[in-house]
Each structure stands twice: as structure tokens, then as C-alpha cells.
Design a protein around this ligand. Structure first.
Ligand code: SF4
Length: 342
């Protein structure tokens, strides 16, 4: 290169100087993303997933061998996953004991199933609500061969007109649930009166309503993610289509890691958090969900820098509350107005 070509003009020198901060910002953002990925991978690698599974409702699903039984047990266990884990496990165990060794066979005999579940109750849900859910899901299984085939069909149909993949997923979930409701005799969203009991209408979330649909997304994760000792990989749907099942703890963590600034637990929040996680694994963004959920620290996360309560937190090095001592984004999200949405 000639000396003339190497000589820099004042304009090019000033343009070069101006681009330096943005290059520095890009490098520091890349370093922050790499640090978060390494931290999340570390949390996942350290977790004893098998031991944690014993405390999770998904454990019930693994006790069954037949696919039809697994689908039904997963549908019930995920949709009853409200509140305290111990209480959920106790109630689901009692329910499954009443149903017998094959929920699919039991759901073929509607009257006997209703009789078996009479008197069972968990929060707003009664045995008759779960009996209707099982009967409806079983009828869909019989019509399409499996719930997985029914959902995959709903997804294909929704994708034809949906403006985005997330909207396609939402409409497919809603249509899938409507089909089960109709087949089992549960009310469709909007059909019940304000004075009606909430159990029958709340048993399956209404994905169209804009809430996080956490229990439905949890059920999908169990069925779709590759078999890894926790999730079962039963359905013909790519894991990249999944969204994070966001509860209050995952929401808090996601804000502390800068995945979202949204103050609510909504569908949009689930989309944002999933998009952030897709930077670390585009084909399987929800792979971190189970280990993050079982990170004990999250149960008492103060969402502020607290030397005592944050001690030992697996994500402390990348938490924005500790920025300056870890890798965090420039500004913290606005104060949370958290709302749990089923
Ligand atoms: S470091 Fe503290 S504030 Fe940050 S996620 Fe962990 S417990 Fe919460």
C-alpha cells in the first residue's frame, strides 16, 4: 500500500474515533452475553436433575409407560400445578391413585371416572372438573391418535394465518384446549357467568387472553423438549417453538438478568424472555427452565443487592443488582408490579 493511501484525512480520523465507543459497547455486550450463557450452562450442569425431579410434578408422568397415559397424566399434573409444590404433589398423587393404573382406560369409562374422583378437591378444582378434562383429552386422543398429533395439527393450521410463530403457538394452544373442553363438557372461555364456579373454566388457561399461560407452556415443555430425564420428547413439534413457562420466580430472575423489563407475567413477557434465551440456544431456548426453576435462591431472591441473601446465588456473577462486580446491563428495569397469571 502506498504512503498516500495510508494517510488518514481529518474526517476519517474523527469517524474512527466516533465508532470506538460503539465498538467497546458491542464488545462488552458480547462479553456479558457470553458470561450469562456460561453461568446458565453452569447452573444446569451442576443441578442434580434426577433428584430435583422427585420434587416436581413432572415426576408423576415418568411413572407411566404408555404414551396415552403419559399425555393424560402430564396434562392433569401441569394444569393442577398451582401454589405450593408439596400440596400439588399430594393432591395429584391422590387423584392418580383414585384414577387407577391407566388414566387412558379410566377416561374411557366416564361414569366410573366421575365416581372415582368424587370428593377430590384442590384449590378451585373439583374431581368432576378433572374427570371432564380427562374424558375430553381422551376423546381427542382417540380421534387423532394422540394429543401430540392433535396439537401438531392445530399448530399447522394456526401457522397458516398467524402473523408470527408466537401467535401461531398461542392460537394452536387455544384451539387445542377448546377442542378438549368441548369433548369433555368443560365451558369454553367466555361461556361461564361471573357467578359460576371458577374450577371448570380455569382448569385450562385461555391462551388468547394475553396471560402467561404458564401451566399450558409447562405441559408443552414436558411433551416437546427432547427426552433428558425430565422432559419426555413425545410430540412432533420443534423445541424452538416453545415459550418459557414464566412464574413469579422466573420473572424475577429474568428481570435481574436483563432478559425483560416488563413488569407483568404475560404472554409478551414469555416471548421476550424466550427471545433472550434463544441467544444461547436458538433450537431449544427453554432448556434452562427446569434448572432455573429449581435454583433454591430464587424462592427468596430479594431483587436487590443483599450480601446475605444473595450469597451462593448461582447467577450472582451476571445479576444486574451486582453490576460492577459481575456483568450486568447499563440500567436496571423499572420497579416490578408482579402479577401471577395462570
Ligand atoms: S444475585 Fe441476589 S438479586 Fe440477583 S438473582 Fe441472585 S438472589 Fe436475586
Amino acid at each position: 500500500m502506498s504512503r498516500v493511501a495510508q494517510r488518514r484525512t481529518p474526517q476519517s480520523l474523527s469517524a474512527d474515533r466516533a465508532s470506538r465507543p460503539s465498538k467497546r459497547a458491542a464488545n462488552s455486550e458480547a462479553a456479558r452475553q457470553a458470561a450469562i450463557k456460561a453461568t446458565l450452562d453452569g447452573v444446569r450442569a451442576r443441578e442434580d436433575l434426577r433428584a430435583r425431579r422427585a420434587n416436581d410434578p413432572v415426576d408423576f408422568v415418568h411413572a407411566y409407560e404408555r404414551r396415552a397415559d403419559r399425555e393424560l397424566v402430564a396434562l392433569v399434573a401441569a394444569n393442577l400445578a398451582f401454589g405450593n409444590v408439596k400440596a400439588i404433589r399430594m393432591k395429584v398423587a391422590d387423584l392418580l391413585r383414585r384414577v387407577g393404573p391407566s388414566p387412558a382406560k379410566a377416561a374411557d369409562d366416564e361414569a366410573a371416572l366421575h365416581a372415582a374422583l368424587e370428593g377430590w378437591k384442590h384449590r378451585v378444582f373439583k374431581g368432576e372438573d378433572v374427570a371432564r378434562l380427562l374424558v375430553g383429552a381422551r376423546r381427542v386422543q382417540r380421534e387423532d391418535g394422540s394429543l401430540g398429533a392433535a396439537f401438531a395439527r392445530a399448530l399447522r393450521e394456526a401457522d397458516r394465518t398467524a402473523p408470527s410463530e408466537h401467535e401461531g403457538l398461542r392460537e394452536a394452544l387455544a384451539a387445542f384446549c377448546d377442542r378438549i373442553r368441548i369433548a369433555g363438557g368443560l365451558p369454553l372461555p367466555g361461556e361461564s357467568k361471573p357467578t359460576d364456579r371458577r374450577g371448570p373454566v380455569n382448569l385450562l388457561s385461555n391462551a388468547r387472553a394475553g396471560g402467561g399461560a404458564k401451566r399450558l407452556l409447562l405441559f408443552l415443555r414436558w411433551m416437546v423438549r427432547p427426552s433428558d430425564g425430565i422432559d419426555l420428547g413425545l410430540w412432533p413439534v420443534p423445541p424452538r417453538r416453545l415459550l418459557m413457562p414464566v412464574d413469579v420466580h422466573i420473572h424475577t430472575l429474568s428481570r435481574n438478568l436483563g432478559f425483560t423489563r416488563r413488569p407483568d407475567v404475560s404472554w409478551k413477557t414469555a416471548v421476550e424472555i424466550t427471545a433472550a434465551l434463544a441467544r444461547y440456544d436458538a433450537d431449544d431456548p427453554t432448556r434452562y427452565d427446569f434448572s432455573l426453576c429449581h435454583m433454591g435462591m430464587l424462592q427468596r431472591c430479594p431483587s436487590r443487592k443483599d450480601a446475605v441473601r444473595c450469597e451462593g446465588c448461582g447467577v450472582k456473577s451476571v445479576c444486574i443488582r451486582w453490576r460492577g462486580e459481575g456483568a450486568g446491563p447499563a440500567s436496571p428495569p423499572p420497579p416490578s408490579k408482579r402479577k401471577r397469571t395462570a
